[in-house]
Write a protein that binds this ligand. Structure first.
Ligand code: ADP
Ligand code: MG
Length: 247
């Protein structure tokens, strides 16, 4: 299946995606377009549908209705998977394997066996010196860095990070965001979810979601302006109220 002409330039295009789990509507006809080389933040409270949205972009969830296009392919698409890096919300690392073995394992799943790339990913997250340590001996923040290295080694074009900075201290969080910015400067597209509004300021554009619906999208500044609020927390609530009024 090929994409419509309009999808050619955007790395991710989500069109009217609807997904139900039993009686729970996780995504409620959500449409969104992500631009190349941007950091797009998916913001919303727990249960908003952030993880479901990310999993539907990666192709792990098939929408009940609607369509996701990634790099001009209709998802789910196996060939596209190796061009994506997906860091799940819960750690997927193997405790008894070393840092390097974990990164090599996940890179290998994506078809990358290049030791130099694995080493480069370890250096990027500043863990080369712990390459031979078993995961179980690492702090929470270090584990998060290994998870990040694990999705970077195969040099994906799009990186999807589901709440990557939960449990990460402020200093490391700042480092993570510096890495993200460095990656987008190389043309990589980043989609990152968070329920923490203070992280939103670091994104190029944001999508506010709640109840599986997109409440608003735009830069932090434009969202504050549209809502006429001083901060994003208040802007989010204002957009949520507007949505309720029209329903
Ligand atoms: P978020 O990541 O924003 O916290 P999720 O996408 O995980 O939200 O979940 C959205 C809603 O869908 C929640 O009500 C959640 O309980 C439900 N949900 C998500 N995944 C499943 C699943 N595999 N089975 C049943 N319900 C699910
Ligand atoms: Mg989630």
């Amino acid at each position: 299946m090929t994409s419509p002409e309009s999808a050619k330039t955007e790395p991710v295009r989500i069109e009217g995606v609807y997904k139900k789990f039993g009686k729970v509507v996780a995504l409620h006809g959500l449409s969104l377009t992500i631009q190349r080389g941007e950091i797009f933040g998916v913001l919303g409270p727990n249960g908003a549908g952030k993880s479901t949205l990310i999993r539907s972009i990666v192709g792990l969830i098939k929408p009940d209705q609607g369509q996701v296009w990634v790099l001009d392919e209709a998802m789910p698409s196996k060939p596209i998977l190796s061009r994506l890096g997906y860091m799940t919300q819960a750690s997927a690392l193997y405790d008894d394997l070393t840092v390097r073995q974990n990164v090599a394992f996940f890179a290998g799943l994506m078809g990358c066996r290049d030791q130099a790339k694995i080493q480069a990913a370890l250096e990027l997250v500043e863990l080369a010196h712990r390459a031979d340590s078993p995961i179980r001996t690492l702090s929470g923040g270090m584990r998060q860095r290994v998870s990040l290295a694990s999705v970077l080694a195969h040099e994906p074009e799009i990186i999807l990070l589901d709440e990557p900075t939960v449990g990460v201290d402020p200093q490391l969080r700042a480092q993570f965001w510096a890495h993200f910015r460095h990656l987008t400067e190389q043309g990589i597209t980043i989609i990152v979810s968070s329920h923490v509004m203070d992280e939103a300021e670091r994104c190029d554009r944001l999508g506010f979601i709640r109840g599986g619906q997109l409440l608003a999208e735009g830069s932090a500044e434009s969202l504050r302006k549209q809502a006429n609020k001083a901060n994003l927390e208040e802007a989010f609530l204002w957009f949520a109220e507007q949505k309720e009024m029209v329903q």
